[in-house]
Unconditional design. Structure first.
Lengths: 233, 52
């Protein structure tokens, strides 16, 4: 079993599912749609990692590939970002964007599951050949959906975390939330770099950054929700 | 006995390291987001290759 292409993505999946359980338990205790959406987003993150690990361990499977592309490449960032939108934006705006996201996700699912696949293109792509790649989708107009979802997700999740950190810093309050938001932003942005480095030929870059990203988002969430205790001098 | 840092908000200062680190991180991350948005828009317009 290869560490880089199997154990690492399974590790990301495990961290993500564990984190999702923690967030969803918190949602059941305290409510708040942002928690529900972050929980769903981390389940998507976990599904993506699991599919990558499956591909590394067992190999090509069209159903697993479609699941990976839908949840791991298209939806994960957008659904995590939607959680942040519920936390920071007006309810009416958040609800409106949620409707668009659900409709877009259904459209994405229909397109991904209806797309024609060519598994031979996964290994002859610009990637290193060892990682999963959307190049196997040969139907036009499917892969072009990805940047729209990821743009929304990045602006909402990373932008929202950076904005929150900045606001807390300006007011010099809630240091733990400032630090936590920076960790979340870095964790969320890492897989984007991984994708770029993977394209440049760095084997395993995507899986490494996905693993580190899941851990940083988890640590960021824990830091943001745990006030810093200071000893009295 | 310990005290939460929130209750010291009236001091209006973070510890020295975080006082400098947070704004530096915010600026760097904002620049990275801007670059990512630029790249994504280029991909969406068909001017660059999709990474996935």
């Amino acid at each position: 079993m290869d560490f880089m292409n199997t154990i690492l993505p399974f590790g990301s999946s495990l961290v993500s599912f564990g984190f999702a359980v923690l967030i969803l338990r918190r949602y059941l205790e305290r409510k708040g749609l942002h928690l529900l959406l972050w929980g769903i987003g981390m389940i998507f993150y976990g599904i993506g990692g699991f599919c990558e690990g499956y591909y590394g361990a067992i190999g090509w499977n069209p159903f697993v590939f479609r699941i990976w592309y839908l949840f791991g490449a298209i939806l994960v960032a957008a659904w995590l970002g939607q959680g942040t939108v519920y936390l920071l934006a007006k309810k009416s705006w958040a609800h409106g964007l949620m409707v668009l996201l659900v409709l877009g996700s259904i459209y994405g699912a229909v397109r991904v599951f209806g797309a024609e696949l060519d598994p031979s293109l996964m290994t002859s792509s610009l990637h290193t050949g060892s990682e999963m790649s959307g190049h196997a989708i040969v139907t036009t107009g499917v892969r072009s959906l990805t940047p729209f979802f990821n743009l929304y997700g990045t602006i909402a999740l990373v932008g929202g975390a950076v904005y929150s950190a900045w606001i807390f810093w300006r007011k010099r309050v809630l240091l733990h939330r400032s630090i936590g938001n920076i960790l979340i932003a870095v964790g969320a942005i890492l897989p984007a770099f991984g994708g770029t480095f993977s394209r440049m030929g760095f084997s395993g870059a995507l899986y490494i950054t996905e693993f580190l990203g899941a851990i940083l988002i988890f640590l960021g969430f824990m830091r943001a929700t745990t006030p810093i205790e200071e000893s009295k001098e | 006995m310990s005290k939460s840092i929130e209750s010291k908000a009236n001091k209006r200062r973070y510890p020295p390291f975080w006082e400098k680190f947070i704004p530096a991180a915010v600026v760097i991350l904002t620049l990275i987001i801007a670059v990512l948005i630029f790249i994504t828009i280029r991909i969406a317009m068909g001017l660059a290759v999709l990474p996935f």
